[in-house]
Design a protein around this ligand. Structure first.
Ligand code: SAH
Length: 214
């Protein structure tokens, strides 16, 4: 019988899996190494917390596949002075990784239950630079705008215009776009002096960005 792996060994195995898929951004890998994905999944899935796979969370939502979290974080190019908005808190895992890289992370979800449990996880793990809010994030977070970086972890048909408006000049937004029931495209949007620049990253599958609160 093999002994159960420690959380550190599990985390190392996950980092190794990301590297072996060709992921090379050391800054992002360090941030992912510093966050325990096991603390963000329900006990039912504890034995799969470090697999490179999406998993169900409460309210019929999903914690993203670590490889996609890594790619999105890399595309966001977060720096230590950045103020970041995340739309789609879900489990809180992506926000926790961003919080290792940014000055402050503002994260919103339309499911109050998810926001509450993410908040408990952040507090239990000593995160002091994450602000949570239960709201429809399609409208962004006007009171806290503008943001250096904006990430959506739910798919919109197009980048929501309030979010584009809340992005600082020179800012970057990363989001999946497309119909919810088909394959979507992960894109990076840069706000430059000459307008918006769009870059396609790869195909993805995310839950849809929906209106209103639950
Ligand atoms: N980033 C998460 C994964 C999120 S799944 C993680 O690391 O676990 C997508 C989330 O987007 C879901 O929790 C869903 O409730 C949320 N969502 C969908 N539409 C939304 C909207 N309009 N405003 C805010 N959150 C939304």
């Amino acid at each position: 019988m093999t002994a159960a792996k420690t959380p550190d060994e599990n985390k190392m195995a996950l980092i190794f899996a990301l590297r072996s898929q060709g992921f090379r951004d050391q800054t992002v890998l360090h941030a992912m190494e510093a966050v325990d994905r096991g603390a963000f999944v329900n006990d039912t899935f504890a034995d799969r917390a470090y697999d490179d796979t999406p998993l169900p969370i409460d309210c019929g939502q999903t914690i993203s596949q670590p490889f996609i979290v890594a790619l999105m974080t890399e595309a966001l190019q977060v720096g230590p002075r950045d103020k970041v908005l995340e739309v789609g808190t879900g489990s809180g895992y992506q926000a926790a990784i961003l919080a290792k890289l940014a000055r402050r992370v503002y994260t919103v979800d339309r499911h109050r239950t998810l926001v509450r449990s993410a908040r408990e996880r952040f507090d239990a793990q000593g995160f002091t630079n994450i602000t949570t809010h239960a709201a429809d994030g399609s409208f962004g977070w006007p009171e806290q705008a503008p943001f250096d970086r904006i990430i959506l972890t739910a798919a919109a048909e197009d980048p929501p215009s309030p979010l584009l408006a809340q992005l600082k000049p020179g800012g970057i937004m990363v989001l999946p776009v497309g119909q919810s029931d088909t394959v979507q495209t992960l894109i990076q949007v840069k706000k430059t002096e000459n307008g918006l620049e769009y870059h396609e990253i790869r195909s993805v599958r995310f839950v849809p960005l929906l209106e209103g609160m639950v």
